[in-house]
Design a protein around this ligand. Sequence first.
Ligand SMILES: *Cc1c(COP(=O)(O)O)cnc(C)c1O
Length: 350
Amino acid sequence: MKPLQELTRPNIWQLKPYSSARDEYKGATASVFLDANENPYNTPHNRYPDPMQWELKKELSRIKKISPDRIFLGNGSDEAIDLVFRAFCEPRIDNVVAIDPTYGMYQVCAEVNDVEYRKVLLDEEFQFSTDKLLAASDAHTKLIFLCSPNNPTGNDLLRSEIEKLLREFDGLVILDEAYNDFSEAPSFLEELDKYPNLIILQTFSKAWGCAAIRLGMAFASPDIIGILSKIKYPYNVNLLTQKQAVETLHRYYEIEHWVKTLKEERENMEKEFAKLPCTVHLFPSNANFFLARMTDAVNIYSYLVSEGIIVRNRHFVSLCGNCLRVTVGTHIENEKLIEALKKYPIDKHI
Ligand SMILES: *Cc1c(COP(=O)(O)O)cnc(C)c1O
């Protein structure tokens, strides 16, 4: 890996962050707070939240077995994705490389930040090749994006290939593990010590059932976390979110139960899908959704909408012609989808 200073935009490296009232006084003993122009009434919502979210990080640190100085928390993983562009990529000069197809936010953030986004097609099994990613990169490639299990394909990326990329790429590797809870593949969290160029993304939005509270996590070396923390909005994670997240972490057993149920439901749905006349191929999944190639995805999508059922049409995505991405829901929701598809008039387009 290149030295972090060389990978960071010079203005960001030199930046002295905004120092909020809560940054300047961190003690716990004061009882009169007249430093932040807050309203003294309407507790607890009158006070600015902890800008570094220490209580929440302490809880996470216990569950993820990683020290708090390796954790960044943001307004969804989307905030962390945007921040890595802003921290490391000089607009119009630097570029990033990503697998294709994958999660759309990487490209959107690249475009917002005016950073070239280079796509490298996966193979027919939706696996990537480190050699191909490196061949697409040059001296200005700061970041390479991977997502495992990948969205929208649903499969785990090969661990040996991820390790090879981490060893051979001299920039930063962003590994999005939004769906890792559903996979048998171990998280790369335990490998953080080994790979200083690794940034892992996880989220409260999927297995943890908290998409509404907007909380995403990034795990990396303390130096990288320091840079992200320095450029985030001072109070980027609000009080309600911090409280709700701590409460959710106390109910960890419940999340494990959800994950087990959703995996069973996915297997059941895959069996049912395989029997449908309108299914052409089912791609194996390690997530809480699966990708299915259909006889004609566009028409089936519209038919399902008319039945009040919404899935994701991925027909226009690379390698996903005629594919629908189906999220696993409750047993009743899943049955409704299957029943509707059984009724789909296979040879008569609507
Ligand atoms: C859903 C999803 C996320 C989560 O984003 P949040 O902003 O945390 O809700 C991140 N990455 C991928 C690949 C996803 O599919």
